[in-house]
Write a protein that binds this ligand. Structure first.
Ligand code: EPU
Length: 418
């Protein structure tokens, strides 16, 4: 197990280029079994969640060839419809395999998915959507077994615009007979990118980015060579770190409109921000003023995946911020660790009241989920003195070369074996 040693108090300055978005690459990998022809995905981030997804594909019988930062997935000999339980436990996104494996084999078997413990994270919307397409589902002994003689297009209204359920239904509908309409669909940029990817394979999907997605079933899909969009959450993490510590950063590779809600808040905090195409330049004096309220919402609202990092910034802003987490029930576990560094935060249910303090002090803290882990690193960069951040396995799920990119902008952070 590794840990970070961080010497805080440095300003950050320089340039960071983000990797492809984890939350796009994962459904694209799941979608690669939809065709017999090779699928190339470029700029794949070297993170644990992606490695686990590639392992799942290999267990299904896909041949994976890695070339620098690309992966070529050849599913022509894929033969298994069972997603192995030991990998499902590691990776929640394994549930996306249901839709594509059903399209490919007309059956699928998966155990209940794992992932970061940030809430209940049920999959009822995925399953009811699949049932509307004609899938028969039996749940027993912790496994979900799905069978579909013929997938048939349907009109599906989601009770909540779930990202994963929208993606799974898109993947199951892609070759279904007739038209599928997904209403109250998630609008996240990752859904738009999945549509672009599927259409590049010959699918007929439209409407992604709006609330209604229409999928007209096609007979066959072909191979594709694809570069996914940049990771808006990775970009946001470096922007927040620099905003909090002070300094100037240029983040490359993410479209401004995909991260507008965060930029809006950071400007209110007192940061100066310039944007052009896929570049964002942020300047901060490191003495931010707090904003009154931040509420997480589905896109285009403030993303839940940036809530923890933003709370880390609020810890030393002047004044108080009320943060409301509307997506996940238990996404404040990292707060106890921030308090060990001197943060003044009260959590009640879905709300956290963060009262800005003059400074944080170094401490030994432990990550318990991906974004919470990133928040702890941001806080240790801001804190006076030395800190250690334990249990990097969570951070490794979603950030490629986190310490390397932070060091490149002046952070005093190193990774050591415990
Ligand atoms: N929900 C249900 N039933 C369902 C599905 C979801 O009640 O069948 C609820 C969830 O419990 C949650 C809310 O709907 O309260 C939102 O969940 P959603 O399905 O939208 O999230 P997800 O697909 O499981 C993806 C990202 C998450 C990100 C959320 C929200 C991937 C691989 N994961 O998860 O990313 O937080 O959307 O934007 O795309 C992360 O990267 O750290 C991360 C957790």
């Amino acid at each position: 197990m590794d840990k970070y040693i961080v010497n805080g108090g440095e300003k950050l300055s320089g340039k960071v280029r983000v990797h492809s978005a984890k939350n796009t690459v994962l459904p694209l990998l799941a979608a690669s079994v939809l065709t017999d022809e090779p699928v190339t995905i470029r700029q794949i981030p070297p993170i644990n969640d992606v490695e686990n997804m590639l392992r799942i594909l290999a267990e299904l019988g896909c041949v994976i060839t890695r070339q620098r930062d690309s992966a070529v997935i050849d599913s022509s000999n894929a033969a298994s419809h069972e997603i192995p339980a030991r990998l499902t436990k590691e990776l929640r996104s394994s549930v996306f395999m249901l839709g594509s494996v059903l399209t490919r084999f007309h059956r699928a078997k998966i155990s209940y998915p794992g992932g970061c413990d940030i809430g209940l994270r049920p999959i009822d919307l995925h399953l009811s959507g699949l049932q509307r397409l004609g899938v028969e589902i039996v749940e027993k002994d912790g496994y979900i077994e799905c069978e579909a003689g013929k997938l048939k297009g349907a009109d599906i209204l989601l009770d909540f615009p779930s990202v994963g359920a929208t993606e799974n239904i898109m993947l199951a509908a892609i070759k279904a007979e007739g038209m599928t309409v997904i209403r109250n669909a998630a609008k996240e940029p990752e859904i738009v990118d999945l549509q672009r990817f599927l259409n590049a394979m010959g699918a007929k999907v439209r409407g992604a980015g709006g609330g209604t997605i229409a999928v007209e079933g096609v007979k066959r899909l072909h191979g594709v060579d694809y570069t996914p969009i940049g990771d808006r959450i990775e970009a946001g993490t470096y922007l927040i770190a620099t905003a909090s510590c002070g300094g100037e950063i240029e983040v490359e590779g993410v479209f401004t409109e995909n991260i507008a809600a965060l930029l809006h808040k950071l400007r209110e905090n007192g940061c100066k921000i310039h944007t052009k195409n896929d570049r964002i330049v942020l300047w901060s004096d490191g003495r931010l003023k707090s904003v009154n309220l931040v509420e997480t919402m589905p896109f285009p609202g403030f993303p839940t995946d940036m809530q923890s990092q933003y709370v880390a910034l609020c810890c030393t802003a002047k004044g108080s911020t009320l943060v409301v987490e509307n997506l996940f029930e238990t996404r404040y576990r990292y707060v106890a660790e921030l308090k060990r560094m001197g943060a003044d935060i009260t959590v009640r249910g879905r709300s956290a009241l963060v009262r800005g303090v003059e400074k944080l002090h170094g401490a030994s803290v432990t990550a318990s989920d991906l974004r919470g882990g990133a928040a702890l690193v941001i806080a240790t960069l801001k804190a006076e003195g030395q800190s250690s951040v334990m249990d990097l396995s969570y951070i490794d799920r979603g950030y490629a070369d986190f310490e390397g990119k932070l060091r490149a902008i002046g952070a005093k952070i190193k990774r050591v074996r415990v």
